[in-house]
Design a protein around this ligand. Structure first.
Ligand code: HEM
Length: 459
């Protein structure tokens, strides 16, 4: 017999509205500590009250994402908004659409193919840090720099030689779409998109410009036909065929490209920005990571083949993603009544999983609030349940870009550590304010001090 989910007691009239609005991550964390691993929040005045469920235990997460995935669908308002703004690509589609798309897109993300992108990532890293040698007082904002790096890296992988045609539009227009998804995804009243409100007009014009640039490049690749030997993702998506010879329409290619941009740049930027900031503030961790990089690479560029030989760097990245999971909350809607971790979740319930909370759960982590890459030492990892750490989601809808993102971050970090010493700029104990947008991001700059280690980086 499953138990009724306990309610997080809030204000008598507004419920938990204020807490959820002010700092949703803190509200969820507090709920786990004070109420338990499965909770219910109510928000808003009586008559307009909405209810959301939070599931925090590793076992509950496993059930929602994996073993009961069929019952927990992407039918919630956030996914509806993403679908309407950037199309029905792999992140947002469901059912037969999804199965067909995953089959078509999977070959682009095989380990062998993704490993080939390491060279482009290395080139983009060098380009990003080229300005560091002349930074005033050696202080740089790694949040802004890693955002630009990750944007260039994913745009290069997608558009290949046409990166310069696309990057400016993506840089200017994508944030407008993100802002609209967020605003509409959480708003109780959503005006039709066709109404000419200033916000709708802004979003539509951004959407049109993004669609135009994608459509132009897709049309060129389609015209080049089977002889086209380019291996960027647009070309591969245009050429991919199912066993019966069917492929993706031009619109479907565009949907995938936009979804990869959405899912694949702010997320990796968050991991990299925080990794550099944490390394700057933890000299012992930094020294160990740098020694590993120097020993393994002996000054040469990092490639995909080096990843297994850089286990400590990987631990640093995993620990960064534990404390700063770029996707800090993910949501589903229950189709039918379900039992999750012994609690009764009713049909129609909005269920939220929060890596932010599970990654700080005292049952799974020795020092939940401390940056300690030893949390990912093999012996500690072996004793932990699979879903205690899930920055890339899990089950049938797990992130398809996971390997690419880990490779990208490892190559970029190794390249930076080879070239620069990174030291803390902020005083000890400084906390970074956060902004929960489409991805979790620092709300302001992440400053570190850099000093060139090599003549090449200083030149
Ligand atoms: C640190 C980097 C990244 C993080 C933390 C991340 C996180 C996630 C998470 C949590 C999901 C599952 C969402 C859910 O279940 O509701 C997801 C799905 C997805 N991600 Fe990523 N992602 C990252 C990088 C990337 C990159 C680089 C790409 C592509 C270039 C990408 C493409 C996708 C796609 C297409 C899906 C949907 C997969 C499906 O439903 O089959 N992601 N990602």
């Amino acid at each position: 017999m499953s138990t009724e989910v306990p309610l997080v007691v809030g204000h008598p009239f507004l419920g938990s509205l204020k807490e959820l609005r002010e700092d949703v991550l803190a509200a969820y964390l507090r709920a786990q500590r004070t109420v338990g691993d499965v909770v219910r929040f109510q928000a808003g005045p009586p008559g307009m009250r909405t209810e959301v469920h939070g599931v925090f235990s590793a076992d509950g997460v496993r059930q929602v994402l994996a073993s009961q995935a069929v019952n927990f669908r992407k039918d919630n308002p956030t996914y509806t908004e993403i679908r309407e703004s950037v199309g029905n690509g792999l992140l947002t589609s469901q059912d037969e659409d999804y199965v067909f798309q995953r089959r078509m897109v999977q070959p682009l993300f095989t380990r062998r193919r993704v490993n080939e992108y390491a060279g482009a990532v290395h080139t983009e890293t060098i380009r990003t840090v080229a300005g560091w040698k002349s930074a005033p007082d050696g202080v740089v904002d790694v949040s802004a720099d890693m955002a630009e790096f990750a944007l260039r890296a994913v745009t290069r992988i997608l558009f290949g030689a046409d990166i310069d045609t696309a990057i400016d539009v993506v840089r200017r227009r994508f944030p407008v779409i993100g802002e609209s998804v967020l605003r509409r995804g959480v708003s109780p009243v959503r005006l039709p998109r066709t109404w000419p409100t200033p916000a709708n007009r802004r979003t539509l014009s951004a959407q049109r410009e993004l669609y135009d640039v994608c459509d132009r490049i897709i049309a060129q690749r389609t015209a080049a036909g089977e002889q086209d030997e380019r291996d960027d993702m647009v070309s591969l998506l245009v050429r991919v065929r199912d066993e019966d010879g069917s492929g993706l329409t031009a619109d479907a290619v565009r949907d995938q490209i936009l979804i990869f941009l959405l899912a694949g740049h702010e997320t990796t930027a968050t991991s990299l920005g925080f990794a550099l900031h944490l390394l700057a503030g933890h000299p012992e961790v930094r020294a160990r990571a740098r020694a590993e990089v120097d020993t393994v690479l002996t000054g040469r560029p990092a490639t995909a083949d080096d990843m297994d030989a850089l286990p400590y760097l990987t631990q640093v990245l995993k620990e960064t993603m534990r404390l700063y999971p770029a996707v800090a909350i993910m949501g589903r809607r229950a189709v039918a009544d379900a039992d999750v971790a012994g609690f009764r979740i009713p049909a129609g319930a909005d269920v939220y999983l929060t890596p932010w909370v599970t990654h700080r759960h005292p049952d799974y982590w020795k020092r939940p609030e401390t940056f300690d890459p030893e949390h990912f030492a093999p012996d500690q990892e072996a004793t932990r349940p699979r879903y205690a750490w899930f920055p890339f989601g899990g089950g049938p809808r797990a992130c398809i870009g996971q390997h690419f993102s880990m490779l990208e971050a490892c190559v970029a970090l190794a390249t930076i550590l080879q070239r620069f010493d990174i030291d803390a700029y902020d005083p000890p104990g400084h906390t970074v304010p956060l902004d929960l947008g489409m991805a979790l991001r620092p709300a302001g700059p992440l400053r570190v001090r850099v000093t060139a280690r090599t003549a090449e980086a200083a030149a």
